[in-house]
Design a protein. Structure first.
Lengths: 341, 269, 252
């Protein structure tokens, strides 16, 4: 459920990046304050473990298919919420760069969706209370499954919101939510079961590893409140910016809501073009009128077929031009290397 | 299994490519990072029905491919591996957006335009990230992150994760092979072995982390990571950034394909 | 330059909830000496190295490096003088390139970048690994990794080199290379190994540890030829001294 660059708008990407940077700054401070430099290599190497573990195919009984672990909960349980969050952030950055899983702009979204909800919501609010009275096999079972489910449900809902606010793809809120939440119910269950299996194994073999982290005064009541307050402020700020955009121009957010409520369907057929040009206008990066004026001639917004024909021809020519420059540059480059050699 | 091999191959390929010495590789990592981000922002800010304006943006990856002497075939092959993902995300559009529109006499569903737009954007953004990492080593990138004031703890942690991914993937691969040789009919790890399979690897990982910590400690580590110092920004770095920024902004404001196309149709008329 | 002697006096150590693993060990290493430490698995060799490096701390007894006692406070000083090469080079090479790894130690001692570069290049040259400078550890062969790990310790310019199984899991040519390399160093050396042939070639003195105690301490040429002694400590004669496997003719 990695969010891709192609599906977000710069505002959403930027806002999420800002929020996740704030959370990361907080967790770095916590990790440094705990003065446990032993944790640094542990974070790095266990992070690499989760990365590798994501490639293990676990056969899901009775389905003939296999699933893999996301690892957010496992990191939180093994390293504690702060170090776990940072380890997840590292994993996601490497995935974005090397594997095209999620992108650099969507990085903030992914850190939030996969790291924040597991480490800062599901772990302290579900896993810890459930294992508070002492760790037992039963405790681990319920705590892992419920917290994994919750973490993934929150993450999935967050994906839905980020996608819809960005408005780069046509999906109705209700269908998309229903689809994402139910799929992640299944994924969360598998994730919970695998997490439970691994944690149980570790707890049997080396109980001190789990106990140490669990006993840590990981999230005092004050810092949880602080984080929640910070989150609320961020959400209000982001919401404020977005609604400002939305009120000035009925873009992404409003448009998504419009779609899901079906209001846009009421528009008369001749309104299609105006809607299209509206969309065209509103998706421009900067709220600048001149900017948009020029977009009137774009492929879809135009009324006359002539422009779209010239658009296609122009597209082909631009491509051809690019390829041509590429070839010339290549020949040039090769000659230069030959001369040097 | 294919997954495991594939990701190991990925990391090694990009690591190797990033050590080349071309004008692009020699640029300051911060400049490359910023150029990439600017490029991504420009792509991502395009409307959901935008196609023509995206085309000029192919210029950037293509020129980098040539100038950085990267094996286009190999990288595009990597790209194909993840293509099903985006097709899965985008394919609903033609079904959901069924209003028809006419393009040059043909009528197609508007959803196809959205799909195509997402498809192009996806390929361009992923390629941009891959180009960044094929021309900038993880080490240089982390130096750039330090310049951007990313805390040492995070940077060191990132480098350690990166370093140990290949060690652990190799270890995992050996375990997987040993497992599958004794369980030939199985598709994945059986549920009875879930805990002990991943758990054993994890235990070994934790022990390794302890040894790594000792090795760091014995060489004077005290929680502070001193990053490699890199060269200062010079005029060619600034020029590179300014050049691409200018191009991106122009390509964003002026619809180049339409311009060329109307020139062309104008001439015919 | 290597003027520090190493002294181990009446060392005792046990892990929590476990029997005593080191029982009253004492020995002295003079500057420039090269000592092989051998013993069966679980004899306490690795624990001894950890105690000397100050990763573990003894229950009683003391370890002196020069005139400094190994305690928590003196660790930075001690670790500047002692360089340890781990058995698994993957544990030691934790940075993305060989150069960075060799630079990790000197940078921690806040040397100038010029000095760091100097030391790194010298260390790499000493082990003949300058060409591996920008390589990532995962691209190195087993032998190259070993060499790089040694360079990462040499760049700290230690007086005493401590090596845990330097020749394990190497092919014959790489093993030979490491042995030559070790013999070319003038540092004081402490080498643990099961490769007794390597100990024969590299160390003039050998200490056998058996169940946490010193079973023998003396000239390598005498200890490694004493098959009765070796056998009683769970060891065997070095392969090169064993009877020929084809014709059974004796060599000793």
């Amino acid at each position: 459920m990695h969010m891709a660059d192609a599906l977000i708008s710069p505002i959403v990407g930027g806002a999420m990046l800002a929020v996740s940077t704030t959370v990361a700054a907080h967790s770095i401070k916590k990790v440094q304050n705990s003065l446990d430099e032993k944790k640094i290599p542990l974070m790095g190497v266990v992070g690499a473990f989760v990365f590798a573990a994501q490639m293990i195919n676990f056969a899901i009984p009775g389905t003939g298919s296999s699933g893999h672990i996301g690892g957010g909960m496992l990191l939180a349980i093994l390293l504690g919420p702060h170090a776990g969050f940072l380890a997840m952030a590292s994993i996601l950055l490497i995935q974005a760069l090397f594997f095209g899983d999620g992108g650099l702009l969507a990085y903030g979204c992914n850190v939030l969706n996969l790291g924040f909800y597991t480490c800062y919501i599901a772990y302290p609010l579900i896993f810890k209370p459930l294992t508070k009275k002492g760790i037992t096999i039963n405790n681990i079972f319920y705590a892992s499954i419920i917290s994994s489910l919750a973490g993934l449900q929150l993450g999935a809902f967050s994906v839905v919101l980020q996608t819809l606010i960005s408005g780069k793809t046509e999906l109705s809120f209700s269908t998309f939510t229903l689809f994402m939440q139910s799929i992640h119910l299944a994924i969360g269950l598998v994730e919970g079961l695998i997490t439970c299996a691994v944690v149980t194994f570790i707890w049997k073999a080396r109980p001190e590893i789990i106990e140490r982290t669990n006993a840590e005064e990981a999230l005092g009541s004050i810092s949880t409140r602080k984080i929640l307050i910070a989150m609320v402020i961020c959400v209000i700020a982001v919401g404020g910016i977005l609604s400002w955009f939305a009120s000035s121009y009925p873009d992404g957010l409003e448009w998504a809501i419009e779609k899901t409520t079906g209001i846009s369907e009421l528009e008369a057929p001749e309104g299609i073009h105006t809607t299209l040009s509206n969309i065209q206008n509103n998706t421009a990066f900067l709220p600048d009128y001149d900017f948009k004026e020029s977009s009137n001639e774009s492929l879809l917004a135009s009324d006359n077929a002539g422009t779209s024909v010239s658009g296609i021809i122009g597209g082909v020519f631009t491509l051809a031009l690019i390829v041509l420059i590429g070839f010339v540059a290549n020949i040039f480059k090769k000659r230069k290397t030959k001369v040097l050699a | 299994m294919a997954d495991i091999k594939n990701s190991l191959y990925n990391i090694r390929l990009f690591d190797e490519l990033s050590l080349k010495k071309t004008p692009i590789h020699n640029l300051h990592p911060l400049i490359k990072l910023l150029t990439t981000i600017f490029y991504l922002v420009m792509i991502v800010s395009m409307g959901k029905h935008e196609i023509s304006r995206l085309i000029p943006f192919i210029f950037y990856p293509m020129l980098i491919f040539v100038l950085a002497e990267l094996p286009a075939y190999q990288i595009i092959k990597r790209l194909l591996f993840i293509e099903p993902l985006i097709i899965g995300v985008g394919i609903l559009n033609p079904l959901l957006e069924q209003q028809l529109i006419a393009i040059g006499g043909f009528e197609i569903s508007k959803g196809w335009i959205t799909f195509l737009s997402i498809f192009i954007k996806y390929n361009l953004t992923v390629t941009a990230c891959i180009l960044l990492i094929s021309t900038t080593s993880m080490l240089q990138l982390s130096a750039a992150l330090r310049i951007l004031r990313v805390p040492r703890v995070f940077v060191l942690q990132l480098l350690l994760t990166y370093r140990y991914i290949s060690v652990l993937i190799e270890e995992l691969f050996r375990m997987y092979r040993a497992y599958s040789l004794r369980a030939p009919q199985q598709k994945g790890i059986h549920k009875n072995a879930w805990g002990s399979f991943a758990g054993h690897l994890l235990l070994r990982t934790i022990e390794r982390a302890q040894r790594v910590y000792q090795a760091m400690n014995l060489r004077g580590f005290s929680g502070e990571y001193h990053a490699k110092s890199i060269k200062k920004l010079n005029s060619s770095d600034y020029l590179y950034f300014a050049g691409w920024s200018l191009f991106f902004v122009i390509a964003k404001i002026i619809n180049i394909p339409i311009l060329i196309g109307s020139l062309f149709t104008g001439v015919i008329k | 330059m290597f003027q520090h002697k190493l002294e181990v006096r009446n060392l005792h150590f046990s892990y929590p909830h476990s029997h005593e693993i080191i029982k009253d060990l004492s020995f002295t290493v003079s500057p420039g000496e090269s000592i092989g430490i051998i013993g069966a698995n679980g004899a306490g060799k690795s624990t001894l190295l950890m105690l000397i490096m100050g990763v573990l701390f003894s229950d009683s007894g003391e370890i002196m490096v020069g005139d400094i006692c190994v305690t928590k406070k003196t660790l930075p000083l001690i670790r500047e003088k002692l360089g340890m090469v781990f058995q698994d080079p993957d544990d030691q090479l934790f940075m993305p390139t060989v150069y960075e790894d060799a630079a990790f130690g000197p940078r921690n001692y806040k040397l100038s970048e010029k000095e760091v570069e100097n030391r790194v290049l010298n260390a790499l040259e000493a082990v003949g690994a300058l060409h591996l400078k920008d390589k990532a550890p995962f691209k190195l062969s087993g032998g190259e990794k070993r060499i790089a790990a040694i360079a990462s310790v040499l760049s700290m310019q230690p007086d005493i080199l401590i090596m845990d199984e330097p020749t394990s899991a190497l092919d014959p040519k790489s093993r030979r290379k490491i042995i030559k390399l070790l013999n070319s160093f003038t540092h004081t050396k402490l080498i643990t190994s099961h490769d007794l042939d390597m100990i024969m070639e590299s160390c003039e003195r050998t200490i056998i540890i058996d169940k946490g105690q010193i079973a023998a301490d003396g000239k390598t040429s005498e200890i490694l030829t004493n098959s009765v002694l070796l056998d009683s400590c769970g060891l065997e004669l070095p392969l090169s001294l064993q009877n020929c496997t084809v014709c059974g003719s004796a060599k000793v």
